[in-house]
Design a protein around this ligand. Sequence first.
Ligand SMILES: [Zn+2]
Length: 350
Amino acid sequence: MNVNDVKVRQVLRRSYELDHGHYAVGIELQPYKLTGVVVGSDGVVMARSRRHLTVMESGEVVKRVAELAKNLVDDRLGCAFPRSRVCVGVQVGGPVDPDTGTVLHLVNGPDDHRHEKPPPYEWVDFPLGAELASMTGCATSVENDAHAFAAYEQSLGVGRGSTTFGVILVRDGVGAGMVVRGERISVPMEFGHLQVWQRGRICDCGMRGCIESQVGNRALTAVVKERTGRELDGLEAAIALADSNDAQAREAAAAFRKAGTSIARGIAMLLTTFGPTDVVVYAAEDLLDGGPGRRAANAFLHAMRKFPAHTFHISRDCHIVTKPLDAVRGAHGAALIALQSCFGVRLQPR
Ligand SMILES: [Zn+2]
């Protein structure tokens, strides 16, 4: 087959897909920010787009998500494209009920450690899926963000070489998802609230010693502030202090070491419970980018890699992969979940 034959086949396949195939819009909903992608049933991203949100009030967010989905479909597939062949998948950084598309709880942290605090918001039992479906005319799925990253990894990441693996997501808080024997486990996994310190800090949830009391952009910033007495405007400033020649730098680095140990203890629990061959840790690039002079990242990574010390002896063999958070993987994972739950397109390594 020559080059022209290949091109003709590609055009014919695309044309057939447009006439018969299914598509998904995936949307990552983060505080004051939306990222959207369109994927075909082959799981490949065809278009992407981002929007800032000025408010996080639930009704307004639904309108903006619906608008972004409509724009992506109209631009990529055409205004007249039948909505019966498009689904919408949304992922949010909080607990959800994927069966009903309900966001169980979504709130900004009690102290987000930025000088210009955004307005507070709190969603409780909000029917995001139903509202979006009625506004877009598309079947809709709603999932937790760590589960969306697990779906992405299952299809396009470590799932290519492993059928049982975990994904840990470190953002404002900490979440996790698991794929076991090729099936993504769609259950609430409150990984961030596993208790790993007996006399630890009080977590935002009210318990003591949770992983999330030490790890996540919010907790790490707070802990470095507590240890050093410095005013810090977010995680970047906390990392910069630990990496500097300041007299408090080593005290700041100790917070990153304890964060790494907290994740190591969490990894150990996943290993002892599920026996994954791989665990992927997604976090801010600054937290994973170790090397000379990178005291914060070095302390975090070094402590995290000591997970075997906390693991049952026959479960210690596990490969830890670190990946910096990028712009579209969460939205891409949400689209893959929607294709599966709305149109039965099975998630599989691609
Ligand atoms: Zn907690």
